[in-house]
Design a protein around this ligand. Structure first.
Ligand code: UGA
Ligand code: MN
Length: 373
């Protein structure tokens, strides 16, 4: 092969690889943007919606790359008189290199397999997942819900029931929910006065969760529901796990406490009790984030509900699902060997002071303050 031809081919390979790497990185961000806007459109720099096809986002990036490789080789072939045979070989080489890279990126970890694309293809076939999230107005509310919404945006066929312990729904929450493109309900369910006034531990999130159960009884016919507090941290693999729930499933929860864990104990492959820092005579000493229930199972138990009893909410609810015994628990997360839910807590903060309108009344700070609760 002539020296100049060899140099030309090396240059082509280099250019193509640079284009390929560029699209690999920007493409993934592009996918996420499209999902944030409802899955059917992406936004350009000015915030205008750009329509994109129905095709799987991951495949689309792949196709752009393939087309670019073909075009680049073709351009060099024309400009430098590369023989069609050599061009074809070069194209083939570059494509197989690109495919190998895609495959290894996808197989790198369990989580990377759960790309928006993988799930998009499953959207039509999966039953709904109802996520019941109690929330209440405080400075941390919007950041917590932002974090959580971005997790749920990676999960297919989620219906998010966001229920505020409030008399009036917080408008910043409504706006946030609308932006996600998720199916959602924004409901209110204030804690009854008598519990609010009580000294000591209060039954937090109970009115909200019972409102969620009421909504499910009235509107849902299949699928699974899960109580997901707004301040916890969820691995997206959790949602694929809880889809498997037939009646009631359980799985480990990571706690950021000395005890470290709340989980069913598995011995010789079968259920052998519960590990939790606070057993307190509970039949089901589990964390709120550690179980999921099938909608049908709930509907067959019209009296199931959560008691207003601080510390005994999980136990009381699971007992209200009778007939249901610990030996019937479906063990998820690889027989309870993986932590996919974390009971995290955010430091509580004082509400921010009102803005000094004399100083800042005609600045951007007015708009920003409206986004803080
Ligand atoms: C733990 C449990 O995980 C909760 O499920 C349980 O309700 C609570 O203890 C309890 O026993 O009272 P923890 O992290 O200590 O949760 O409580 P928070 O995160 O403060 O509250 C649980 C949920 O209820 C959150 O989603 C929160 O937004 C909501 N909440 C809290 C309200 O709706 N109203 C409140 O006044 C406080
Ligand atoms: Mn919490």
């Amino acid at each position: 092969m002539k020296r100049s031809l060899k140099m030309g081919m090396i240059a082509v390979v280099g250019i193509c690889l640079i284009f390929y790497q560029y699209h690999l990185s920007t493409g993934i961000r592009f996918d996420q943007v499209s999902i944030f806007n409802g899955g059917a459109a992406a936004a350009d720099d000015n915030g205008n919606l750009l329509p994109i096809g129905d095709e799987d986002a991951y495949v689309r990036v792949h196709k752009i790359t393939e087309e670019m490789i073909r075009k680049a080789v073709f351009r060099v072939q024309k400009a430098n008189g590369l023989s069609p045979d050599v061009s074809a070989m070069l194209t083939q080489e570059l494509l197989s290199y690109a495919n190998k890279n895609f495959d290894s990126a996808e197989n790198n970890s369990r989580v990377s397999r759960l790309t928006p694309t993988t799930m998009a293809t499953r959207e039509e076939t999966v039953d709904p997942l109802y996520i019941i999230t109690p929330t209440y107005r405080r400075p941390e509310q919007i950041p917590e819900l932002t974090r959580m919404s971005h997790t749920l945006m990676l999960v297919k066929n989620v219906h998010w029931l966001v229920i505020e312990d409030a008399i009036v729904a917080t408008k910043q929450v409504t706006r946030l929910l609308e932006r996600t493109g998720l199916k959602f309900e924004h409901l209110i369910a204030p804690m009854p006065e008598k519990y609010k006034l009580k000294k000591g531990a209060k039954p937090r999130g109970v009115s909200n969760r019972n409102r969620g159960l009421q909504w499910i009884r009235a509107n849902a016919t299949n699928g699974v529901f899960y109580f997901a507090d707004d301040d916890n941290t969820y691995d997206i693999a959790l949602f694929e796990e809880i889809r498997k729930t037939r009646k009631v499933s359980m799985f480990p929860v990571g706690l950021c406490t000395k005890f470290g864990l709340s989980s069913p104990i598995i011995k010789n492959g079968t259920f052998a009790g519960f590990y939790d820092g606070w057993i307190a005579g509970r039949k089901f000493p589990v964390d709120m984030a550690g179980f999921a229930v099938s909608v049908n199972f709930l509907r067959q138990r019209p009296n199931a509900s959560m008691p207003y009893r601080a510390g005994f909410e999980e136990d009381g609810f699971l007992k209200s699902l009778a007939p249901f015994e610990p030996r019937e628990i479906e063990l998820l997360a690889d027989n309870c060997t993986r932590i996919l839910a974390w009971h995290t807590q955010t430091k509580k903060n004082e509400p921010s002071a009102p803005l000094d309108m004399k100083l800042y009344g005609s600045t951007n700070l007015v708009k920003l303050k409206q986004q803080i609760v």
